[in-house]
Every structure is written in C-alpha cells, then in structure tokens.
Ligand binder design. Structure first.
Ligand code: MG
Length: 438
C-alpha cells in the first residue's frame, strides 16, 4: 500500500487521511520507536489526527511528548531529542487537506526505506502489531519550550541588526509561522508589520501557498509601508518566499540563486531539483550544481550525501545544512534579512540573468499518469538530451523542457525555459501531454 507521496502522507480530511489511518500509522511508528515528539499546524483536522496518532503510539509502548501548535521546522528541531518527530500538516495545501510527516533526529524527513517500513506495518496494523500490556503503554507529556529553543538556535546563527533599521512586512498566511516568525524578527531588531499572523485553519486570508498569484496584499503592503522587503510563509512555515522593496515578487529560482551566492563556497556544491532554472547554473559558475528528483526530501538527502553547502527548491524550500536538513522558512527569513541589510533585494535580483520560464499543469487522473508519461518519454527523446531522474527533462541548446507527474495532485506539470521562444517550447510539451491523454 502506497501511503507516502513526495511530502509524506497527505490527502483530504476524513476521505483519504482518516482517524483510522492515523491510528495505524501511530501504532506502526510506536512499535519501532521508544520516544516521539508530535506537533501540528493550525489545520481544522490537526488535533483530531494528532490524537489518533498519539493513541496508536502509546498503545504500542512509545512515550510521546506534545509540543502543540508549531511550525514544521520547529518540530523538526525538537526531534533532535527523541527517536523521531511527527508533524500533522498539509503544508501549502488548502484547508480541506491534512497530512502526516515523519522526521529523524537530524532534521531529515523519513527516507523511502523508512516510509516503506511504515507502509508495510500499516498494512498489517489491525491484526498483527503489538499492543503492549496495560502497564507498559507510553506516557503522554507536554513540552512548551520547543518554540523558544528553535528561536534561540536561529538567533545564535544570525547577526542582530540595528533596532528598527530595516522594515519587514511579514505575511504568515494564517499558518503556523505566526507562532514564531514575528517575534523572532523583532528580536533580531527589525521593524515588523504583520499580515495574517492570526492562526486560522480555514486560511481565510489567502491560499497558503506563497506564490506570486497569492501574495497581492503583501506586494501592496510593502510599497504602502515603504518597507525594505516582504516575507511570506506557507501553512507550516517550512517554505518562505519574498517580495522586494518595489513590491515585486522574487521568483523561487531567483531566491535560490541569491541564497546560493551567499551560502556556496567557491568550488562548492549546490543541490536543486530538475525543475530549477538555468539562471542558477549561470549565476554560480564556480560551483557544481547537482539536480535531484523534485521534493525537498530528495534535495535534503543529496545535500547530506554530498556534504553540499546549500540546496533548495524553487517552490520556497531552502535547506541550510549548517542549521538543519529540514527546510526552515523562519531561519531563511532571518538569513535573507541579514543579506538584505547590506544589499537591497531589488539590486540582488537585477544582478541575475533573466530567462523566460513558463510553468503550467494539465489535469490527469492518477491512474493514467504512467501511460501518459511513457508516451511523453518516447516523444521527447527526439527533441534533445533526455534525463529521466524525475519525469522527463530534455535539454536543448537554447533551453530545456520538463514534463513530470505531480506527486500529490492529479496533474502533470510542464516547465519550459528558453533564451527565446519559451511559449513555443511550452506548447510543444503541452501538446505531447494532451496527445498522450487523448
Ligand atoms: Mg510546507
């Protein structure tokens, strides 16, 4: 049974992700771990799923410590003191979704082998997993220090800026970032204006995904308040995106190139997924750029394996191995502010090369994805040099085209980037997918 996608277990509340499933996952996890720390983002179903997980874990004899409503990077940081961490979150998905993401003590999400162990155990959970004797069930306790400890770790890794010398508009999107980010940036010395820092699992203010289309209010507010930059986070604040002082959204590829410029040593290594722009390669001629499957866990695994300096995903996940293998949208915000204190964000953007990119999706049922992708693979082989590490990526002299099935939604994603003629290139990809669907 396949439970885990590219970002853990995720699905519609009470349809795909149920109390029954969470209980079995808890039982499976509790059978192999002695201690766990658990937290949740503000989703409506968060507490329901958390209780089921806890019941499963303690009935298998695992001690559970609750840290309550926190961000994913806060939970991943707390996991260092336990055998594992459990986060109830659906990240940037809309409010009807809920999910479960599992963490190792070093801040690395469970890898494929660990996920398969849980899947196998869940398949037999009802019948065969051990429920321990009544006097061996795990303890449930509460720890209220997780946010403070995560904040202290971040503050010890960034410089204080002169009080109120830098104005930031921060849009937490009603997500878990509201529990930590405004306070931390103020402690750093910023003048912070918050938008949507009230926690609300209906995400009434905006879609939790921090992309250009969803950040209209932030872009306006940065200009109106004459701020130095705007910061936006997703529902569980592992992702972070930014707006420059002119109210212009900084794209994920630009953010990746900016961070990499400060994090990668000369001759160092940068890890990015296959859908990353060639501006990153062009901006980092001194570094080697390694490409992985899409999904922050694959980027994190490759960073750990290769001891790379930095890595990330254009979707807004930035991984600084110095502090954690978990993408941390709070540390990333603090680090960006540290950078912007010396050089304005618009200036940093304008130093980068610009190539037009086009991204889009075609709706495709999950059970049709494989046959469509087989067809795409044979058609795209004729266009140029193909890599099939994740979907099909074809590289040509003037650009590249990537067609890959979404890991979490019934969609096929198309990305095209070209020095000239990006629309035509995108259309070639779109037509190939549509032919495959016909
Ligand atoms: Mg997230």
């Amino acid at each position: 049974m396949k439970l885990f996608g590219s970002s853990g277990i995720r699905g519609i509340t009470n349809k795909e992700v149920t109390v029954d499933l969470a209980l079995k996952v808890g039982l499976a996890l509790g059978s192999s771990k002695e201690s766990a720390v658990i937290g949740r983002d503000p989703r409506i179903a968060g507490e329901m799923i958390e209780h089921a997980l806890i019941s499963g874990m303690v009935s298998a004899g695992c001690d559970v410590v609750r840290v309550g409503l926190v961000t994913t990077p806060t939970l991943a940081h707390a996991a260092r003191n336990y055998d594992c961490g459990v986060m109830v979150t659906a990240s940037h998905n809309t409010s009807e979704y809920v999910g479960i993401k599992l963490w190792n003590p070093d801040g690395m999400a469970f890898d494929s082998a660990q996920q398969e162990d849980i899947e196998e155990a869940v398949a037999v959970a009802a019948a065969d997993l051990t429920h321990v004797e009544w006097n061996r069930i795990g303890n449930v306790t509460t720890d209220s220090n997780a946010v403070r400890e995560h904040s202290e770790m971040i503050l010890s890794n960034v410089k204080q800026i002169k009080p109120a010398s830098l104005r930031v508009v921060l849009d937490c999107g009603c997500g878990a970032g509201g529990t930590i980010t405004p306070y931390l940036l103020r402690e750093m010395g910023c003048d912070v204006i918050t938008l949507n820092a009230q926690l609300d699992g209906y995400f009434p203010a905006r879609n939790p995904e921090p992309n250009d289309a969803n950040l209209g209010l932030l872009k306006k507010a940065v200009v109106q308040f004459d701020a130095d930059l705007g910061i936006a986070q997703d529902g569980d604040a592992d992702r972070m995106m930014a707006v420059d002082e002119n109210g212009v959204f900084v794209t994920g590829d630009e953010m990746l190139a900016i961070f990499a410029g400060y994090e990668c040593k000369a001759g160092g290594m940068l890890v990015v997924p296959v859908d990353t722009s060639m501006i990153v390669d062009d901006a980092m001629p001194e570094s080697s750029v390694v490409r992985t499957r899409v999904g922050d866990v694959y980027v994190a695994e490759e960073i750990k394996r290769t001891k790379a300096d930095f890595g990330g995903e254009p979707s807004g996940s930035w991984i600084f191995p110095r502090v954690s293998y978990c993408p941390d949208g709070i540390y990333a915000a603090a680090r960006l502010i540290e950078i912007v204190r010396d050089t304005g964000l618009a200036d940093l953007r304008q130093r980068l090369p610009q190539y037009p990119t086009k991204r889009g999706t075609v709706i495709c049922d999950n059970d049709k994805k494989e046959s469509v992708m087989n067809m795409v693979g044979s058609e795209m082989g004729a266009l140029g040099k193909v890599t099939d590490i994740d979907g099909v990526r074809v590289e040509m002299d003037d650009g590249w085209l990537l067609v890959r099935p979404s890991g979490t939604e019934p969609k096929i994603r198309i990305t095209a980037e070209a020095r000239t003629g990006v629309d035509e290139l995108y259309e070639i990809g779109e037509n190939i997918v549509k032919e495959g669907l016909a």
